[in-house]
Ligand binder design. Structure first.
Ligand SMILES: O=C(O)CCC(=O)C(=O)O
Length: 254
């Protein structure tokens, strides 16, 4: 994994995230994996086209699909990509879990997103959530490269509301297959797309195993869980988390 921006360069990935709040890494996905991810994501978008507008998944600003590992076998594999998992583990620890996984397409003319924090309460000194945004198309300033506000996850900027920090937002320019990763409390947004090209990304949202995930992936995957390997189950947040009572089986299950 080659870090291409974020931090001063001499520190570890975890130190760079603690300091600047964000990093960019090159070549997280190989070109063949980028092609596979694009095709799989487009297949999910197509399969949801009939309900996307009414659910707010397709707007003028974005096309979004949630819970990707439950929707396509290639996305189950790619959302748990060894490079992304290694990055999450460097920052969050070896027991990091995937706490959400979405796909986003910024259509031509998109206004982009408002600056926001994924986790609204900064936790200076410890990163609880790491958002790994994997570029599936070139991320350029003109087509909506991720905007980040460096160091906005820690004091003094942590006390400021996102909209106040617009003049400090900078685009992170990366090629397809690279990733922008940031502390979930960092102020960021998908930028406006002023081109006639699409700008697609996978959003891999990792967390420490003892904080609330943004998505209940074990429940979403349901019966397909029996086909998962032990490592996939652990990364998706199946056990050893809280137990639950299955009234049908009349036993405790994870
Ligand atoms: O796609 C991006 O550049 C960032 C998306 C994002 O911030 C979000 O969906 O919360």
């Amino acid at each position: 994994m080659v870090r291409v921006s974020g931090g001063g360069g001499g520190e570890t990935t975890a130190e760079a995230v603690a300091d600047a709040g964000h990093i960019a890494v090159a070549d997280l996905l190989a070109p063949s994996e980028v092609a596979e991810a694009r095709a799989a994501l487009d297949a999910v978008f197509t399969s949801e086209a009939d309900i996307a507008v009414e659910r707010g998944w397709r707007t003028d600003a974005h096309l979004v699909a949630y819970a990707l590992p439950a929707k396509h076998p290639a996305l189950l594999r790619l959302c748990l990509h060894p490079g992304a998992v290694a990055l999450a583990r460097e920052v969050l620890g070896d027991d990091a879990v995937l706490a959400g996984a979405n796909g986003l397409d910024l259509p031509p003319g998109s206004t982009g997103q408002a600056l926001h924090r994924d986790h609204p309460h900064p936790t200076p000194g410890i990163t609880l959530y790491l958002h790994v945004v994997v570029a599936l198309d070139d991320f350029r300033a003109e087509n909506g490269a991720t905007l980040v506000v460096p160091a906005s996850h820690r004091p003094p900027l942590a006390e400021r509301v996102p909209a106040e920090l617009a003049d400090r937002a900078v685009p992170v320019v990366v090629p397809p297959g690279a990733a922008v990763a940031f502390d979930g409390a960092l102020v960021h947004a998908a930028g406006p797309n002023r081109t006639d090209e699409r700008r697609r990304a996978l959003h891999l949202f990792f967390a420490r195993p003892w904080v609330q995930p943004h998505w209940d992936l074990p429940a979403t995957i349901g019966d397909a869980a029996s086909a998962l390997g032990d490592e996939q189950r652990r990364l998706l947040g199946f056990g050893p988390g809280p137990r639950r009572w299955d009234p049908q089986a009349r036993r405790v299950v994870r």
